[in-house]
Ligand binder design. Structure first.
Ligand SMILES: *Cc1c(COP(=O)(O)O)cnc(C)c1O
Length: 357
């Protein structure tokens, strides 16, 4: 049976990317060696990093003066590296969910942290809008897509302080104005590559301004100077990321990814709103295009486990909501075909016919 992969992360990748990666695992570039057994300093690998960096810059229209880094440690290590490198006295954070909160927790070890607003009181079902950012903060940190709660900041904010964003789960799903940020980072395993590589886009002139000593591996300058090769980078995930970037370009770039994301999200939210069995959890204007969260309508609550079983039997994978919120979450990243979204909608409609008289 065909599987429809709605996993939240690690998650769906384009089939071509998986097949090409598999080939390189057996024989990289006709070298007779696996990509897993060559040196990252081999002459064949440098072009992989160079092209991945170039495609990042091209696809996201990154201005001059920024570096693109491929690191280890996940977005979670960036929660610490961000304040290490940028927080001198005070930073502002927008608390829109578990990941935002974890980022904020790390920053507190380095200086004063101002939580400018929070939607915790409403289980993070919306993005706070009216808040003031103190003018004297070193940076303002946001999480553009809240993977667990299904809310998303879908346009670049206008703020009067340096902005930093965790874009782990919506990178390459829309055009972004990189010039508004001093740093954008994320784990690649949601929309770009298998787990193991973290991307960081950083404005060079903003690095090296804090007065503290920064351990070598946690210092962005180390990785800017080393071209992501200061130590052994995650070779295989970087290669897969390159293939995904080529795929995005061939499909028409981030504008086309955004068009598809809107189309898929409109289809699924349309069904959630129409179907008597289900309700969406996020405030409509803040709904994520990447992680579509919904629960059973209150009068059908006892059908939750039944629907999960029903959908699983029809090939749906990974639609169970995060353990902290329950219900359902259908993650519709770039590689998710419209046909899979339709298959889920078909399930929802069949299930409705069985249970709503
Ligand atoms: C998954 C996720 C993280 C954590 O990423 P790791 O790479 O596992 O550390 C952080 N932020 C967001 C928005 C995420 O979706």
């Amino acid at each position: 049976m065909k599987k429809h992969n709605f996993n939240a992360g690690p998650s769906i990748l384009p089939r071509e990317v998986i097949e090409e990666t598999a080939k390189a695992v057996l024989d990289f570039n006709g070298s007779g060696l696996s990509i897993m057994e060559i040196s990252h300093r081999a002459k064949d690998f440098q072009p992989v990093v160079d092209e991945a960096v170039a495609l990042f810059k091209e696809l996201l229209n990154i201005p001059e003066g920024y570096s693109v880094l491929f690191l280890g440690g996940g977005a979670s290590l960036e929660f610490c590296m961000i304040p290490y490198n940028f927080l001198e006295k005070k930073a502002a954070y927008l608390n829109t969910g578990v990941w935002a909160k974890k980022a904020m927790k790390e920053a507190k070890a380095f200086g004063e942290v101002v939580e400018v607003a929070s939607s915790a009181e409403a289980t993070y079902t919306y993005i706070p809008k009216d808040y003031e950012i103190p003018a004297d903060v070193d940076y303002f940190h946001i999480t553009t897509n809240n993977t667990i709660y299904g809310t998303e900041i879908k346009e670049d904010l206008n703020v009067n302080v340096p902005m930093i964003a965790d874009m782990s789960s919506d990178i390459f799903s829309r055009p972004i104005d990189v010039s508004k940020y001093i740093c954008i980072y994320g784990g690649a395993q949601k929309n770009l590559a298998p787990a193991g590589v973290t991307f960081v886009i950083v404005k060079n002139e903003c690095v090296g301004k804090v007065s503290r000593y920064i351990p070598t591996m946690l210092n962005y300058q180390t990785h800017i100077d080393g071209g992501s090769m200061f130590n052994t980078p995650p070779v295989l995930p970087i290669y897969a990321a390159l293939l995904t970037l080529r795929w995005i370009k061939a499909q028409g770039g981030v504008k086309e990814m955004e068009r598809r994301a809107i189309e898929k999200a409109d289809m699924l939210y349309g069904e959630i709103d129409r179907n008597k069995l289900f309700v969406g959890t996020a405030k409509p204007e803040d709904r994520s295009r990447m992680n579509i969260c919904f629960v059973m309508a209150p009068e059908y609550k006892e059908l939750e486990a039944d629907f999960l079983k029903f959908a699983t039997e029809r090939g749906m994978v990974g639609i169970k909501g995060h353990r902290s919120v329950g219900g359902f979450r259908a993650s519709c990243y770039n590689a998710m075909p419209k046909e899979s979204v339709q298959a889920l909608i078909d399930c929802m409609q069949e299930f409705e016919k069985l249970h709503v008289k």
